[in-house]
Design a protein around this ligand. Structure first.
Ligand code: NAP
Ligand code: COA
Length: 261
């Protein structure tokens, strides 16, 4: 079943696919034969990502500008993907915003901004893609990128923790609501992933990288490809009976946290 055309004939839309984990997922999907659209706010970043991938002979890549907080923009991006590639089979809700801020200092707008990007943005993606995913020739597939800190709570990032917990709940709800329509809905919970904006903001810039590494059972940060591997599995027929799942890709951080309490 594992082959270089594992995702051939599939069309994927990845929000936040111009950088970090989302870009790594885009690369992997392209390498396995999918057609991929990356969607985010920054047109320059998207253009650069497309040029980089095309230079590596990954031609079936397109980008569309949208702010996931705006349903009309997300819906327009989804329609543009279908016009360009003929269908939409895989949606990866990866776009997110996060920054360290103790709750006692967090403004209402700071809270709202992260909830809006992460939780509302994920809803917008799912809602806009639904009719197309239902029409997919294989399984329609949604993958939502979250974190186990949604479950543990996340001191200093209450907004992101609450948003991601909401996304996990949405994942499970849609897995049941849309299962009969051939749409599988799963989440991935990465641990700390090196060379990403997320790890930089939350751990590295705050001098907490070594502390965080020590919290991971495998004793290291993950890499982007390791998250992309999980996104390949969930998007492929290998996961044809997997829905409503939260695939933890965190080097055992969560288990260590719980078991050493
Ligand atoms: P990243 O490179 O900053 O990725 C975030 C992406 O989201 C960017 O490409 C950004 O592009 C896009 N984005 C942000 N706000 C948006 C908006 N309003 N509308 C559309 N796109 C928007 O960070 P990352 O670390 O790779 O994170 C990717 C995902 O992994 C996130 O869901 C994050 O929560 C999750 N995660 C990361 C880690 C980690 O260690 N890095 C751990 C657990 C979970 P534009 O600026 O162009 O809009
Ligand atoms: N600490 C406290 N508050 C902060 C903050 C920080 N580090 N960064 C932003 N805020 C507050 C702002 O002050 C503002 O609140 P206010 O109006 O009460 O002053 C609110 O958050 C919105 O900020 P703004 O800069 O207008 O938002 P934006 O929509 O332009 O950008 C962010 C969204 C803030 C999430 C921005 O960091 C971003 O674009 N992030 C994407 C990349 C990312 O976060 N990657 C990691 C993913 S895990």
């Amino acid at each position: 079943m594992y082959s270089s055309d594992l995702l051939k004939g599939r069309v994927a839309l990845i929000t936040g696919g111009g950088s970090g984990i989302g870009l790594s997922i885009a690369e992997q999907y392209l390498a396995l034969g999918a057609k991929v659209a990356i969607v985010s706010r920054n047109a320059e970043r998207l253009k650069d990502a497309v040029a980089t991938l095309q230079a590596r002979d990954m031609k079936e890549i397109a980008s569309f500008q949208a702010d996931v907080r705006n349903y009309e923009q997300v819906s327009a991006a989804v329609n543009a993907v279908v016009n360009r590639f003929g269908s939409l089979d895989i949606l990866v809700n990866n776009a997110a915003g996060n920054f360290f801020c103790p709750t006692a200092e967090m403004s209402s707008n700071a809270w709202r901004t992260v909830i809006d990007i992460d939780l509302n943005g994920t809803f917008h993606g799912c809602r806009a893609a639904y009719a197309h995913l239902r029409e997919s020739k294989g399984d329609g597939c949604i993958i939502n990128i979250i974190t186990m800190q949604a479950l543990s709570g996340w001191p200093g990032a209450a907004h992101a923790a609450a948003a991601k917990a909401g996304i996990l709940s949405l994942t499970r709800t849609l897995a049941v609501e849309w299962g009969r329509e051939g749409i599988r809905v799963n989440a991935i919970s990465p641990g700390p992933i090196g060379d990403t904006e997320g790890a930089k903001r939350i751990y590295e810039d705050r001098g907490r990288a070594d502390l965080e590494r020590s919290r991971v059972a495998l004793g290291r940060f993950g890499n982007k490809q390791e998250v992309a591997n999980a996104a390949v599995f969930l998007a492929s027929d290998l996961a044809s009976f997997v829905t409503g799942e939260n695939l933890i890709v965190d080097g055992g951080r969560w288990l260590k946290y719980v078991s050493e309490k």
